[in-house]
Design a protein around this ligand. Structure first.
Ligand code: GRF
Length: 203
């Protein structure tokens, strides 16, 4: 049902598994991704498609697509997958490719979101699950969770507070998708029969 793409730790992948979601396979672009052994220990098929072994982004993606399509997934979930995808990849899986990003998009797309949030002095930060489109970290938003930015925060403390929310909202978004409850119109996502697309800050 679901193929999860990771590059490292895999804690969001673990949250999907913990939620009992039907993950068929976990694919990493790095052989040393910690999440691979975790997935294997849970009896999930794992594959490695190393970007380094391919001369171009297109060649890497062609190999990745081959592996993904073997599992004929309904959904591809990016979970800390640290490769920029081509518009062709996004188009191939349009409407069934989700990502989790550690900021309240459209603020802070790209890397180092927690450092940038602290430097900007924002008082609310968080995470976003969104559909992937050709534009990096800009697709239709499925769910967001907000957390306060506290005076004593450093990037690690803020990241931990956000990560806790990531683990809450990503399984929720994936469940909505599998239940056919996500409606996409004019670039905006509505969830049938739910207003839980926002998780508000707690102190
Ligand atoms: C998460 O913060 C995710 O939002 C971001 O990269 C991090 C990956 O963490 N894209 P993990 O591998 O899921 O633990």
């Amino acid at each position: 049902m679901i193929v999860v793409l990771i590059s490292g730790r895999g804690s969001n992948m673990r949250a999907l598994l913990d939620a009992g979601l039907p993950v068929n396979a976990v694919i990493s672009n790095r052989a040393d991704a910690e999440g691979l052994s975790l997935a294997a220990a849970r009896g999930v098929e794992t594959r490695v498609v190393e970007h380094r072994r391919h001369a171009t982004r297109e060649a890497f993606e062609a190999a990745l697509v081959d592996e993904i399509d073997r599992f004929a997934p309904r959904l591809i979930a990016l979970a800390g997958f640290m490769r920029i995808l081509t518009p062709g990849f996004a188009a191939r899986y349009a409407g069934r490719l989700l990502n989790i990003h550690p900021s309240l998009l459209p603020a802070f797309p790209g890397l180092h979101t927690h450092e940038r949030a602290l430097a900007a002095g924002v008082k609310v930060h968080g995470c976003t699950v969104h559909f992937v489109t050709a534009e990096l970290d800009h697709g239709p938003i499925v769910v967001q969770a907000a957390v306060p930015v506290l005076a004593a925060d450093d990037a690690a403390k803020l990241a931990a507070r956000v990560l806790e929310q990531e683990h809450l909202v990503y399984p929720r978004a994936v469940r909505w998708f599998l239940d056919g409850r996500l409606e996409l119109g004019n670039g905006v996502v509505h969830v049938k029969g739910s207003d839980a697309q926002l998780v508000l800050p707690r102190r």
